[in-house]
Design a protein around this ligand. Structure first.
Ligand code: PMV
Length: 315
């Protein structure tokens, strides 16, 4: 009886969320301090048993509800592997990534399951970063409707990326980070389902197309400038670009009172820059800090009501 394990990190969007859905560039990085992992084990019972103890779930794949993302991830691998019969397996997924808060927990769980199962089946081609990312994207479509593809890319490749959604192929370039970047990731404690926020932005874009297109252009310009600042190790400039991006996100209506409170607290405590990260209207914000300034910002974030503050170093 053999077992195969794989894992995938959380992620933060550094620049360009929402605008990325509309073809503008965005930057994102893995958060390796939190992870989802999947273990695939051979089983004596017939069929595939899915277990997610964190979510108190334990069920047979054949009984999974329509649209179950865990079952969908497994089915995608089985279909792509073109097996003649369903293997007898137990697949357990666990995660330390907070759910529905912009840290890519859904994508990471899917990527971990897909990579572990593909490896367990001995299908080396399906277990490559590219294939794991492509299949994870299909699970994301179930969760998000119109995902840009940035989440599955970052959690599968586990590298900081410059990303542009394009047909027929997305632009994915690894960022070089000469100076490690230190972020605090603070949770407002308010869950915010990405699908709803992305859908609402689309609705507003349809009603005010020109204004939203201009805002998306501005987000895209900031993302490109941020890439240069990262590659030149210019953290002061990077911080001010975060502040600028946040101003556009506010105009896109995806900020919230609790995000603004945390962002202001971080800046007042000496962060180089701060903005929401991910879909917004709740979830997480990120603050760029120096090593010596980190503790003061962390304390300020908790005092301002953060439910949890993670430290993440992007290299
Ligand atoms: O909420 P998250 O972290 O999954 O981020 C969503 C990012 C968006 O740009 C809002 C949507 C997308 O698919 O890129």
């Amino acid at each position: 009886m053999s077992a195969t394990e794989a894992s995938a990190p959380g992620k933060i969007i550094l620049f360009g969320e929402h605008a990325v859905v509309y073809g503008r560039p965005a930057l994102a990085a893995p958060v390796t301090e939190v992870r989802a992992s999947a273990i695939v084990e051979d089983s004596l019972a017939s069929g595939i048993r899915l277990k997610a103890p964190d979510l108190r779930r334990d069920y047979w794949m054949r009984e999974a509800k329509e649209g179950d993302p865990f079952a969908r991830a497994v089915q995608l691998v089985l279909d792509a592997a073109k097996l003649l019969s369903t293997p007898d397996l137990t697949i357990t997924v666990q995660s330390t990534i907070p759910i529905a808060s912009g840290l890519g927990s859904g994508a990471a769980m899917a990527a971990a399951v897909i990579r572990a199962l593909a490896s367990h089946l001995g299908n080396v081609q399906l277990a490559t970063d590219e294939q794991v990312s492509a299949l994870t994207y299909q699970v994301e479509q179930l969760l998000h409707g119109t995902p840009s593809g940035i989440d599955n890319t970052v959690v599968s490749f586990e590298r900081p990326v410059y990303f542009v959604r394009r047909q027929p192929q997305n632009v994915i370039e690894t960022l070089s980070v000469p100076e490690p970047l230190r972020f605090l990731v603070a949770d407002t404690g308010k869950a915010s389902p990405t699908k709803l926020v992305v859908g609402d932005v689309r609705h507003r874009w349809k009603a005010e197309r020109e204004r939203f297109e201009r805002l998306f252009d501005s987000c895209g310009r900031v993302a490109m400038a941020a890439r240069r600042a990262i590659e030149q190790g210019d953290t002061a400039r990077l911080g001010s670009l975060m502040v600028e991006n946040q101003a556009y996100l506010r105009e896109l209506t995806v900020s919230s009172a609790s995000l603004e409170t945390l962002i202001a607290a971080a800046k007042d405590a000496g962060a180089l820059g701060a903005k929401l990260s991910g879909a917004g209207r709740g979830g997480n914000m990120i603050a760029l800090v120096t090593e010596s300034g980190e503790e003061a910002v962390r304390r300020a974030l908790y005092t301002a009501g953060a439910q949890n503050v993670l430290s993440s170093i992007v290299t």
